[in-house]
Write a protein that binds this ligand. Sequence first.
Ligand SMILES: [Zn+2]
Length: 301
Amino acid sequence: MSYVELPSDVQGQSYIRCSALAAGFLWLPDREVFQDSLDLDTNIGSKVPSLCFLLQHEQHGKLLFDLGLRKHALGYPPAMEDDLKLFAAECESDICDLLSQGGTQPTEIRTIIYSHLHFDHTGDLSPFPSAHLILGEHSKQLLASAYPINPKSRLNSIPSTQTVSYIEFTDQDSQSLSFGASVLDFFNDGSLYLLDAPGHMLGHLNALVRVAPNSFVLLAGDACHNRACYNPGVRLVSTENHHDIHVARETVDRIKRFHALDNVVVILSHERERLHEMPMFPLMLNDWAVQETDRKRQRSK
Ligand SMILES: [Zn+2]
């Protein structure tokens, strides 16, 4: 039941090889996740991974979508102390450890895309001094007063030596894809689209990755934090965890419409079920995603 066609494969189409990595874990109280759980104590919730993705493009090399947590959850601004406890942040093996276990060195990473600037996505940039950092345009205003410029900020500053680009969806390069989502065709070859996904935090981005003919994964970041919010989508996202709840819920509605497409597999950054469903790095998830889309097509027949 394909409502809207995503851009078709073209002749000589490039695909992205995609691998998932769990760079740390968090305790997510239900009241931070579901509107129906606002009255619950913070000890009711679930332990979730912070998923990151290694994307490999034949011509453009290796990219990371998010870096997860910092190793042992150390090196965050002092203002993060309470949150680190509330979320029981733990990271035995950070993204660099995981990559090197799979034979990939940080120096091979050419580009890092941050879905957004929350601590469980931004990790540690210091092993990636030559990687070009990509952020949503509205992240810029948050970074203007990051730690230590503002000693009370919960966000670490970006090292001044890091090269950074901010994606502006008002650019003439950006287009409107399906369901009014503003997108940017990142390599101009239909292999990787960055999507404006506002509401959770300023500058929040998603990535739509073409992994095989007529098959995509949507890396949906923190648009929502639990599968039940988009599949079947009956539980509303919590007011506790979103910068603009109305816009955040519109973004989740869009995720639901992507999920309704039979050629898209949605993966949230904290979707704990995916840890056991999909192959993890150093394996690639491309074949699994194709099987998932096949299953969706079978179900919709
Ligand atoms: Zn977040």
